[in-house]
Design a binder for this molecule. Sequence first.
Ligand SMILES: Cc1ncc(COP(=O)(O)O)c(C=O)c1O
Length: 379
Amino acid sequence: MNSIAKPAAKPANPNFSSGPCSKRPGYSVTELDVSTLGRSHRSDIGKAALRAACEETARLLELPEGYRVGIVPASDTGAVEMALWSLLGPRPVDVVAWESFGLGWMNDITSELKLDDVRLLDADYGELPDLSQVNSDHDVVFTWNGTTSGVVVPNGDWIADDRAGLTICDATSAVFAMDLPWEKLDVVTFSWQKVLGGEGAHGMLVLGPRAVERLESYIPSWPMPKVFRMTKKGKLIEGIFKGATINTPSMLAVADYLDALKWVDSIGGQSATIAKSEANLAAIKGFVDTRPWINFLAREPETLSNTSVCLILDLNETQLKAMLATLESEGVAFDIGAYRDAPAGIRIWCGATVDVADIEALLPWLDWAYSQVSDGVAV
Ligand SMILES: Cc1ncc(COP(=O)(O)O)c(C=O)c1O
């Protein structure tokens, strides 16, 4: 490919990282309601903010009756570990994994919890395992969107309505960007730092009624750290789901999350955030479909993620590194290298806080940077 002219316009916001993700359009830290700062998280004002974060999340996600939302420590990882440690044990477990996070959960279930009746249904980067193999009598642990491969579960048709096991779903790069079949999901986790561009630190744990039933009827054989404890004397600690967090949260991160939720509401709710994310993917798809040198890592179109869009290029590793460095030094794309365990390539976050105008402004730069490195100019 011959060198092409350097594009004139740059993305107004070059933040395309897959986590922490870009702040919402128009974000300003000075606009946060920081009236809770310096106050106890258990004061009326502190608890009201925490409770609003739970309730607004449930309202905007249109969760079914009986689903609870709690704020827990340690971001999405904390929420997932809390679920695994508290719920697994009584039934065989199917772990469905097709990239590094799903494989990480498998490791924790077998090496840390030391459960032995565990099946791994896995697939290589770019592919999705055969979901029809999941046994509905087993508990199943899976990620809705594989953030490091850009491969997403296309729907919940494979989850039985009359399942006996629980479905535990790490949906951190899906919630607010994809329509989730909540009734089929007994536990869902996500973090603030993904689709809504919030801060790290706290995780969201969504529990359906069947998960609560398990919590109240089963006591794991292993010790339970205080930050994982969701029951007391065999009963769910309801306060966790009403803003009475287990330990002290960052009220600044909470204020930031409330700002993000207010923004979601102002643009029309979840359907608007999903549409924004889908428009971003559509812009990249139009580009990829007309270039022979770039392709999605996801093999099947119906498994193509609309948040963590992973791309492979016909460049060697040195050329790829040079391309990423060029894009960064031009100030047009930060943090778009593939995840360390994934095949080399680029990953462009397309969640709701990324404006399609910025994706559209970035794409000509990919053409230009590719031409630079494939001509040997920047290698
Ligand atoms: C699927 C998945 N699970 C878990 C995590 C870890 O999230 P956190 O760092 O918010 O705990 C990530 C982060 O990218 C992820 O993509």
